[in-house]
Design a protein around this ligand. Sequence first.
Ligand SMILES: Cc1cc2nc3c(=O)[nH]c(=O)nc-3n(C[C@H](O)[C@H](O)[C@H](O)COP(=O)(O)OP(=O)(O)OC[C@H]3O[C@@H](n4cnc5c(N)ncnc54)[C@H](O)[C@@H]3O)c2cc1C
Length: 497
Amino acid sequence: MISAPKKALIIGAGPAGLAVSVLLARQGYAVEVLEKNLYPGGRCGRIVRDGFRFDTGATMMLMPGMYREVFRSLGLDFDTDLPMIRMKNLYTLCFDDGSRLAFSTDTGAMAQQLELMEPGSAARAARYVETGYRMYRLAVSRLLARNFTRWHQFFNLRNVLMLLRLRVFTTHTNFTRRYFRDPHLQMAYTYQNIYVGQNPYTAPALFAMIPSAELTEGSWFPVGGMHALVEKLLAEGEKLGVAVRYRTEVQRIHTQGNRVTGVVLADGTLREADLVVSAADLPHVYNRLLPTSFMKFRLKRMRYSCSAIVFHWGVGKRYPQLDHHTIFLSDTYREGMREIFGRKRVGEDPCFYVHAPVRSDPSAAPEECDALSVIVAVGHHDPSNTAEWQSLTEKVREAVIGKLIRAGLTDLREQIRFEMVFTPPQWEDAVHVARGAVFGSLAHSITQMGWFRPANRHRRYKNLYFTGGSTHPGNGVPMVLMSAKLAAERIASEQPL
Ligand SMILES: Cc1cc2nc3c(=O)[nH]c(=O)nc-3n(C[C@H](O)[C@H](O)[C@H](O)COP(=O)(O)OP(=O)(O)OC[C@H]3O[C@@H](n4cnc5c(N)ncnc54)[C@H](O)[C@@H]3O)c2cc1C
């Protein structure tokens, strides 16, 4: 007699939830994904308005090696199954004195620009990238792309040596100062810490792996924006019978003894399952969906990444001053980081990133128009933080527009046809990410990585697993996809089908 397949419920239809849905369906589970919002994608969502298309969160596809590995386990080929554009320039960095640096995988073009900024720096930059990329490869194989299910897999002499080689006892800025004297170059090679919500002045030098991986492996942009990846995962799931239910908020995970038996929805109905995988932000799950436990107390004491104020503008004109990805770095870089990570606010003259995708994908806006998204890193929405987000957002908007006008977008104010804004409390509300800390939510300090990061299986409920940015290995689309792969592998080894 053929028995019915076991049932797996996934909470959340972000990239991690959708990836794990495909992986579990491939293992033979009957999979249902429950998503509180009307649309899929979470922090990798999409908004279309009046012919303008915006990625709500992720815009850069970095670390293709990690995507390739996860795609293989999904039964997909990263290089052929998702139409993509390889970025010629990774991004253009703009400084307060009007100088620019086009970050590029073209080593000749990079060397020429670096020598103009600081004579002799091109050779040192090459060494920086070589060292950083070596750390990246080591971190992926020994720290990020493997499960830690027993303490001795993490605490052993081999790993102590690995941590030394990953330079976790030096800060990223101190490490970078050994290579560059020019303050603009020091900023150019450390700003990437913000991708994972970190302060470059306190983050370990290990994170030199981000610019080094970018400059070595390059950056891609899926046609249709990063949300095209979400669509691909949905389509793969559909082929395997995965059902996705929208507007279906999980209010509680139902427990019985040492197991979970399903979830309770906002309307009170119980959905039973053999296995639950939460792809919603982990602190939200421990704080709101599970009975009180020690983890709730631990999560309160853990460190959280920074947040972001994001503006999406439908603009009636295209500005040649902007690249597909442009980053504006202020001379008040250090003070700005103090505001974000110390006071949990934002400085007077913030650094910011502009996404202008029509330059490589014209389908993002009507002809002659631009779909611009501006991302400004700000402090997270700390419970003890009395920040007045509305007035801070107004100030940030003025600072950003002022700088863009000075950069040559002189009539920008008049050209903005509509605006949509996300602030830290809105992020928390939209996707239930703790403290609106969208680049984590849990910070990626070395004491919150590997064995120290909340594990991808609940300690007591042995059929409750976690995936997504706040469990192992961390945040960013390639990492959350990896977290889905690791959770699925752990499920395959621990749960008899
Ligand atoms: C502004 C911004 C820019 C970024 N840029 C990049 C980038 O360029 N490159 C990159 O790689 N990464 C980037 N990231 C990070 C990336 O978007 C995230 O790492 C990724 O989306 C996290 O995926 P996830 O599946 O873990 O969580 P999410 O995408 O947050 O998905 C979680 C889902 O769970 C749902 N949910 C929550 N609670 C419940 C509940 N109780 N019941 C049902 N559903 C629930 C949410 O609605 C959401 O859809 C960026 C993020 C932001 C915000």
